[in-house]
Design a protein around this ligand. Structure first.
Ligand code: AKG
Length: 317
């Protein structure tokens, strides 16, 4: 196996790759912890002033319906606040966060989405790979930052340590048919993941965080939001989702994973540079054949023309 085809922290050759890296003892411990559990907590990583400014922008811009934004928001979450908040953008691109991610993945991180929460999401257990996946696989992660102290009462994030080692489940494991799924079926996915956790006897843990703590989670760790026990209590927080450079990026939830027709994320913007994100596979630009609305098949460069590819697909060649 080529070590470029998985993040090195998830590689079966982790110990060998580790020997080739010039890391400090604390970096080695961090990488080992991330590999074993699928997440790491960095206490007090973010300065309180940046936390306070991000929370204030979330309150005064994101959740203020008089403040115009173009991105999605509802009562509990605002997507891509970074577009109108320098603080949310600075948090997404915080240099120490990017350094940790580069250390763990060996590629440049690409922050591409922020979500700011006012209340606990109470989201059921899921893996981010159903929403965000990459080719080569697993070059994606989330960084969740507490903008206030989080207790058992205000709906902390929960996660299943070690669950990142399970397969990346998608609808080809859930449905027997070959149809392309959509978000109407999301409940079936959540039920499936709940059963998978029970079948694997993995116990969940809660992230009881102090304001400024950061949780880095790997693409395939199963996680969600705990019930909010104290009604009306806030849970101010920001999660940033990152891909890593030099991959193709797609949404398995909207892809046909049986026929390998991928819902490619062609409109990603790198929050750090404000530039569109280019897609490639370990340095190679592939040919892309559109097979439906937002669905694409990746073709080897060796295929000289799309008409040859079409014949191949139709079985005429
Ligand atoms: O903040 C939470 O409660 C969960 C967030 C989450 O699941 C996600 O961003 O993928």
């Amino acid at each position: 196996m080529n070590t470029d085809n998985l993040p090195w922290v998830e590689s079966p050759f982790f110990e060998d790759v580790l020997k080739t890296k010039n890391l400090t003892e604390s970096e080695i411990n961090l990488a080992k912890e991330y590999r074993e559990n699928g997440f790491v907590v960095i206490p007090g990583l973010i300065p309180q002033s940046l936390i306070d400014q991000t929370k204030s922008d979330a309150e005064n811009k994101g959740f203020n319906t008089d403040f115009p934004i173009k991105t999605f928001r509802n009562k509990e979450r605002v997507q891509d606040l970074w577009q109108v908040s320098d603080a949310a953008k600075e948090l997404a691109c915080f240099p120490k966060v990017l350094d940790y991610l580069e250390l763990l993945y060996g590629r440049e991180p690409v922050p591409f989405q922020t979500l700011n929460f006012k209340y606990g999401t109470q989201q059921k257990a899921h893996s981010d790979t159903i929403h965000f996946s990459s080719l080569p696989a697993r070059f994606m992660c989330g960084v969740w930052v507490a903008l206030e102290d989080i207790t058992a009462e205000n709906g902390p994030v929960f996660y299943y340590p070690g669950s990142q080692n399970l397969p990346e489940y998608d609808f080809s494991s859930i449905k027997s048919g070959t149809g392309t799924p959509n978000y109407d079926s999301y409940g079936e996915y959540e039920d499936f993941i709940g059963k998978i956790m029970k079948a694997n006897h993995i116990e969940s843990k809660q992230f009881l965080a102090k304001k400024g703590d950061a949780l880095i989670w790997s693409s395939n760790i199963i996680h969600g939001g705990s019930p909010v026990i104290k009604e009306g209590s806030t849970r101010w927080s920001q999660v940033t989702h990152y891909f890593f450079e030099d991959c193709y990026y797609y949404t398995p939830m909207l892809s046909n994973m049986v026929t390998k027709e991928l819902f490619l994320r062609n409109n990603l913007v790198n929050i750090k540079t404000n530039k569109p994100v280019k897609q490639s596979y370990n340095g190679e630009q592939l040919k892309v054949l559109k097979t439906g609305k937002d669905l694409y098949v990746l073709l080897p460069k060796a295929i000289r023309s799309l008409s040859v590819a079409l014949k191949l697909i139709k079985g005429k060649s």
